[in-house]
Structures are given as C-alpha cells and as structure tokens.
Write a protein that binds this ligand. Structure first.
Ligand code: SF4
Length: 348
C-alpha cells in the first residue's frame, strides 16, 4: 500500500475484444433551480461485442442515468449531456457514430433507439401501452425499424413471443398487457426489445419486480437469447447475484463514476475498491467463499450536487487517508484487466 501524492493518469477499462460501444468522459447533469445534480461525472466504459457487462452500485449512483443517456432519453430540461462521447459502432456499416452529439428526437437517433440499441426496464407496464394488444405493439416496433408489411411484422411478433418461451404465444398476440402476469410482461418486453435484432440490449433492473423463481427464468432466458441473437448486453442491477449470473465483466459505479472494473470472477473474488468490498460484504452472494457476516456500508450515497474535491467515497470509507479528502483518484489498471480508482493502489 502506498500513499503517493501525485494523481494517477486516467485509463479507460481494458477492451478484451472489439468494442461495440465506447463511452468516454460522459457527463450528464440535471440543472435544477437551486443546484446542479452531477448524475454522471466523467464515465469511461467499453462494451465488447457479444459480451455482457454488469453495471452495479447502490440506488442513486447513476446507473439508470447511464442507460437513459445511452438511449438519449434524458428529459431536457432539466437534464443534459454536457460533455463526453458515446461512440457506437453501427450495425450495418461498422462506422462509428457519437450518439451523444445526435438530436435525441432526430431521425438518426430514432432509428438507433430500438433498431440498434434496445432497453428493457424494471417495470414493463411503464413501457407497454395498456390500450394496444401485445401483437400490435411488437408488430409496430418491427414496422418502424424494418421495411416490412403488417402481416410479416405480426409473424415476427409471434416468432419473438415463441422465442421468449411465453405460454400460448398465439393467444398472447391478441391480449392486452393487463391480462398477463409480471413475468409474462417482462418476457413480452424482451421480445419487443429483441424484435428488431438490436446489437445492444440494455436491461435496467429487469428482474427486480419479479419473484425469485421467475427472476431466475428471465435471466436464463436472456443468457440463451444472447447466445442466439449475438447481442451485447449491459445489465444494470443493484443485485450482485443477478450480475454474477449474467455478466462477463462488471463495472462498479459510485456517485456518477466508475470506481472498479474487472472480469466478473476476478471482481467477486478479488475486489479492490473499498466500496466494492462493502457492497460484497453487505449482501449474500452465491458461491462467494469466506462470506460469514453481512455488514452494511455505513451512511448513504450523497446527492451529487456539489463538486467533490477528493474521493467521493471518503466520508463512508473505513480506509480513508488524508490524500483521499484532498485529491480525486483516477481509474487506472492496477492488475492486468483490473482497474480501480483508489489511492490505496497508487504505486502498485
Ligand atoms: Fe477509500 Fe481513499 Fe480509496 Fe476513496 S481513495 S476508496 S477514501 S481508500
């Protein structure tokens, strides 16, 4: 351990294979009447092709703002991407486009949203229209993004409902969202999201509202569909168990920044950042050795309204040192493929 005084050079998390999405120094702020909420404050992250990346952290860390920023669904005002890049490698041409620079309501972003990047939210009722049948909603999405007629779009809807293993898929085509159970609605959302064959699927707490058995079925389904469709997935969850079941790599977020990034197995067995250690110690994680007593992290995630001078975790960190309150540690690789932003590892 060292307490070196010079700030480290920032690094972007290692890219194991060709990336499909690269986020660089992304800052999304919300300008309120009396304050500015820095929900994302310099996020660097890379999603590899056909890989699953887990994004974890407590509520209020910025995980969902990250998803909404990538989808360009941040409500403006008061929200705005103020800096940074979201570089997407396009599906057909493989040209790189910075979607942070696109007009969120413009034609190009509308074709990317749903067609190349799709999202599944925690609560399907928020996304499904109660007035339209399931078949109508999936077929409409297909018709918007692919040049096909109504009959073909409905056939695609049936194919997708069958793929997500919903019971009686033909019958579901003509049913309304309120006629389905929570688990079935989430399957419909996944069918809807994958109906246009997107290259990236963002799943924001996709199983949080479901009971444990259905949760596990949905995760298995998503793993299966990823293998079938070859999409890259970002799975966002406060539940480390969910992430460990799906993700190849994990990024840990705290107060609008990535504080640790590693392969899933490495992160669970060798967490470096005190916040990650705290997260792992506060919940039971299946298969994690040596976990005997659950210890909650003290304090709460503060509201990110003030520019923080040192490490944002310092007020809650059991290992905080003098430098932690004075200078911000940068995310850097401290072991092969394992990055963290913490002064404890400076000089290693
Ligand atoms: Fe704790 Fe300091 Fe590391 Fe922040 S930089 S996590 S305060 S030891």
């Amino acid at each position: 351990m060292s307490t070196a005084q010079t700030p480290a050079t920032p690094t972007t998390p290692t890219i194991p294979t060709t990336p499909i999405l690269e986020i660089k120094n992304l800052k999304t702020y919300f300008f309120l009447e009396k304050s500015t909420v820095r929900a994302l404050d310099g996020v660097d992250l890379s999603l590899a092709r056909q890989s699953t990346l887990g994004l974890v952290g407590e509520s209020g860390c910025g995980k969902s703002v990250m998803a909404m920023s990538v989808m360009r669904l941040i409500q403006s005002p008061p929200g705005k991407i103020v800096e940074g890049q979201i570089n997407l490698h396009r599906k057909e041409t493989d040209k790189i486009i910075d979607i942070a620079k696109l007009d969120p309501r413009g034609q190009e972003m509308r074709s990317i949203r749903g067609g190349e990047i799709a999202i599944v939210f925690q609560e399907p009722m928020m996304s499904l229209n109660p007035l339209y049948t399931i078949g109508d909603q999936i077929a409409e999405a297909v018709q918007i993004h692919q040049k096909v007629g109504r009959k073909e779009a409905l056939a695609r809807a049936l194919e997708m409902l069958t793929k997500v293993q919903i019971s009686a898929p033909k019958q579901r085509l003509y049913e309304y969202p309120h006629q389905l159970s929570g688990g079935m609605r989430q399957r419909v959302m996944i069918a809807l999201a994958l109906s246009c064959n997107p290259s990236i699927l963002i799943a924001d707490e996709p199983t949080t509202a479901l009971d444990v058995t259905v949760q596990s079925q949905i995760l298995d389904l998503m793993n299966q569909l990823q293998a079938d469709f070859g999409a890259s997935i970002i799975i966002i969850s406060h539940n480390l168990g969910v992430v460990s079941q799906m993700a190849k790599q994990v990024a840990v977020m705290y107060l609008g920044k990535i504080v640790e990034f590693a392969e899933t197995r490495e992160l669970f067995h060798n967490p470096l950042h005190p916040y990650t250690v705290g997260l792992l110690n506060s919940v039971p994680v299946l298969g994690r050795k040596g976990q005997k007593v659950l210890v909650p992290i003290k304090g709460m995630v503060p509201t990110p309204t003030e520019k923080i001078r040192g490490c944002a975790f310092a007020p809650r960190c059991p290992q905080a040192m003098k430098i932690c309150h004075e200078q911000q540690p940068a995310l850097r690789e401290v072991q092969p493929g394992h990055q963290t932003a913490c002064w404890l590892y400076e000089g290693t």
